[in-house]
Design a binder for this molecule. Sequence first.
Ligand code: NAP
Ligand code: COA
Length: 263
Amino acid sequence: MTTFTPGLLNGKTAFVAGGSSGINLGIAQGLAAAGARIAIISRKIEKVEAAVAGLKAGGGEALGWAVDVRDYAAVEKSLADTHAAWGPIDIVVSGAAGNFLAPVLGMSANAFKTVIDIDLLGTFHVLRASHAFLRKPGASLISITAGQAINATLFQSHACAAKAGINMLTRVLAMEWGPDGIRVNAIAPGPIADTEGMARLTPTPESEAALKAIIPLRDYGTKQDIADLAIYLASDSAKYITGAILDCDGGSSLGRGLQPAQG
Ligand code: NAP
Ligand code: COA
């Protein structure tokens, strides 16, 4: 159940990179439910078409293109096409990502580079290319990061490094683009139920239960939890928030050092 005012984002245009599934599709659906027009990109045309059809079936306006965020020119064209269709872009979400569990000695240089290229370079591409097409002042940019940016996590060297880079890129852009009236923030989801990410990171019921046992709120979050935070960041209610990395994680990122046993 959402708590935002219906029509909060009426007339706004949102561009969601990686918006064809999972958390990012949940964000796209949430922004659409709040009134925004949605453009999405991801690599697989069948996923893009299904997501666009779903958004339209919900009564909203939607566009989508098959674009790999590693291709700067293609990212730029999709942003230009969004601008040509609907005018200045109000909201950009950069959430495309790839991940797998592997120790450093179990991944090639290309495996490490692949995740850096999708997550970090891809976010640079999306945000860098968006600038020319943004509403200035007023645009809200949202990177999707993760707790791995802060918490060193076994078998996640690539994702930890990429998401740490995204946090810093977000903060530097907030400084560079603040004078243009552009806000740049990041959402750090914790473990979110029914997502590809958690299917990869906790592939068995045992690993899922073990993770839930150390989350302060003792459960996974939902895509709606993340969508609601994105709606807030996209709205004028967050007009004085920039450069923030906001955890939405049930407290997952807290207390990762040595702790006394809990009774
Ligand atoms: P997901 O469904 O696999 O979402 C990833 C999206 O990115 C898909 O739409 C995928 O579509 C797209 N994508 C992947 N590589 C791409 C590329 N090179 N170019 C363009 N699009 C690409 O996974 P998810 O678990 O919901 O994760 C979504 C975001 O949340 C990610 O940024 C992830 O790091 C973050 N996150 C997730 C969790 C979690 O609990 N799941 C926790 C913390 C952070 P295509 O296959 O069509 O390209
Ligand atoms: N362990 C070790 N290395 C792996 C791996 C794994 N589980 N999965 C892939 N790799 C390596 C490949 O072997 C390859 O390295 P090589 O050329 O030295 O052999 C490199 O990673 C790139 O793999 P490739 O399949 O060519 O990349 P891709 O660009 O087609 O796909 C991935 C990117 C690997 C991240 C793929 O898992 C993906 O598309 N993920 C998107 C969905 C996702 O991860 N969602 C969760 C988001 S949190």
